[in-house]
Design a protein around this ligand. Sequence first.
Ligand code: GLY
Length: 357
Amino acid sequence: MTSVPLRLRDHSYDVLIGPGVRTSLAEVVRRLGARRAVVVSARPESWVPDTGVETLLLPARDGEQDKTLATVEALCGEFVRFGLTRSDVVVSCGGGTTTDVVGLAAALYHRGVPVVHLPTSLLAQVDASVGGKTAVNLPAGKNLVGAYWQPSAVLCDTDYLSTLPPREKLNGLGEIARCHFIGAADLRGLPPAEQIAASVTLKARIVEMDERDTGVRHLLNYGHTLGHALERATDFALRHGEAVAVGTVFAGVLAGALGRIDQARVEEHREVVRYYGLPTALPVEADTAALVRLMRHDKKAITGLAFVLDGPKGAELVSDVPQEAVAHALDRMPRAPLADLVGEAVLGASTTDTARK
Ligand code: GLY
């Protein structure tokens, strides 16, 4: 078991990673002094560990469709009926959409009640459940309403990952791959628990420096400017991690075109992404002009087109990248039919799994 501390000025917690760490839940709840717990779970009851206190178990569904203010309101209504107080605890068990919506309900209920996350997907373990960002969607877009609400503990039980479908694993591997370019060591070839621990450690150090995402936390969005655009351009046929993977390859191509890195480093982007079995090409269906338009609307684009790009001093946020340079770099990317990219991703995931065994 690995324990990664996350130390903030007024709140600290540990992220536990390893097989069976979910059984630490009762000890975490005991230390919080909670007398009641509400567990909101998108997984079967047998996946939810004992809390050690009187517990209300509420079913949830992973997926963007339930990441709404209506879900937050319904959860808070259940908290009231159960008699949950500010000294009790809310527990989330599920993928990143579940930890996001439950985290927001915990942030708002009684102006904030402790929350413990039990992320069950690789994406949620390496990224979504750590760092305190919670949010729901509006019809106008994803994650438009949210709050920073740090959990009291995160239990990344790697036993949960054994049943994940290949594409769900890829979703998390996209975030692990991008760590290569924002300060992590080379994680290729390491056992999954070590890759998770290294990714979480990197994220914890970044969040400690910039909890509210006003500076260095932008680094976590490596590959995301194009990644978000690709998710939308493909109507979410490309999963988040797959889109971030293509966005990471593109970040290399763009940094190369801007003279920030040499050709070997550009190629390293492709090699790392390919190693994890992730797609490296743009879908032929996504037209360059449409992608540029979507990137202009990305919420990270504060003034003009902004990308986190590698460079002589490492990765940094580069604002106002000329639109022509972006379009030109997009045109230099290899293209493949979307169906092939998704198929390649599934085959790639099985190959990577076999290689790891
Ligand atoms: N997922 C990016 C962040 O937590 O800032």
